[in-house]
Design a protein around this ligand. Structure first.
Ligand SMILES: C[S@@+](CC[C@H](N)C(=O)[O-])C[C@H]1O[C@@H](n2cnc3c(N)ncnc32)[C@H](O)[C@@H]1O
Length: 272
């Protein structure tokens, strides 16, 4: 099974991690340039617009779970959705709020836990969550909450991390094999916040019981292809050489089943 029992204090550790380093901060530049962040994000992850379906959301009631610094949340507002957003990290939300206000919007953003959403049941047409639920100690509970707040017939669109992946393999090479850790354990201990989980398609299906029209799509993360700027942990000469020589063409051609990002679309049945 992908999920170990949640560890006491883990959620606070996750929150502290994202407060210390809100997601994507390295693309902000020195002067909190939100446009630079959005440019880098959508260039590195060009599938996001199509997957999220911003352009089809005018007038829809949308909840984004785990907005981070709010690049996608702002896209919902720009598209004319009636969007609310939550994140457990107050620092990320402050930035998201500033981003939206600078763009002339009045955001509805709340510091809140994906495992206990502050909304009544049957509220939203769309629940969207990109790269978030695998960080929360009880991912299944995040999905239950998404179900609860979705209207009957509402759409779930989430991205969670896939097992196995090239990113997982690289983390295993770096931190795992010498220390007797599995790939999942290397991801758990070293991919972003502590306790990060990754799922096979079968494991993800098991968490989506009750949803219908479930569709999976697997895509490469920027990390799988070493397209992103190396984080501070990977700044040495050896890493720069690996980044330079990485055979991206071959990886794209033969590694398609090893993408880190599992994009999931599903629907809450209309008659429940
Ligand atoms: C990898 S970042 C993704 C942020 C944003 N969706 C994006 O794509 O840039 C993960 C985010 O999930 C948030 N998060 C983690 N656990 C959470 C929870 N239980 N409830 C709400 N947000 C959570 C973190 O604070 C962080 O902002």
């Amino acid at each position: 099974m992908a999920q170990a029992a949640p560890v006491a204090g883990l959620k606070e550790d996750v929150r502290d991690f994202w407060n210390a380093d809100p997601c994507g901060s390295r693309y902000l530049g020195d002067c909190a340039d939100f446009e630079a962040h959005a440019r880098a994000r959508y260039q590195l992850e060009p599938h996001i617009h199509d997957f999220a379906g911003f352009a089809r959301s005018r007038g829809q009631r949308v909840l984004e779970v785990g907005t981070g610094m709010g690049a996608d949340y702002l896209e919902w507002l720009k598209a004319g959705a009636v969007a609310s957003g939550v994140d457990i990290s107050s620092i990320s939300l402050e930035r998201a709020k500033r981003r939206c206000e600078m763009a002339g919007y009045a955001p509805d953003l709340r510091v809140s836990d994906a495992e206990r959403l502050p909304f009544p049941e049957n509220t939203f047409d769309i629940v969207y969550s990109y790269g978030v639920m695998h960080h929360s100690p009880d991912t299944q509970q995040c999905i239950r909450e998404a179900w609860r707040v979705l209207k009957p017939g509402g759409a779930l669109r989430i991205m969670i991390y896939h097992h196995a992946s090239l990113t997982g393999f690289m983390l295993w090479l770096r931190y795992g094999w010498l220390h007797g850790k599995s790939m999942r354990q290397a991801v758990h201990d070293h991919l972003e916040s502590p306790g990060t989980k990754s799922y096979t398609q079968q494991e993800a299906s098991a968490m989506l019981q009750g949803f219908d029209q479930i569709e999976f799509r697997q895509v490469f993360s920027p990390g799988d292809l070493l397209l992103n700027e190396p984080s501070p942990r990977f700044q040495g000469l050896a890493y720069r050489i690996v980044w330079r020589l990485y055979p991206r063409f071959l990886v794209r051609k033969f590694g398609a089943k090893l993408g880190l990002f599992l994009l999931i679309s599903a629907r809450k049945p209309a008659s429940r």
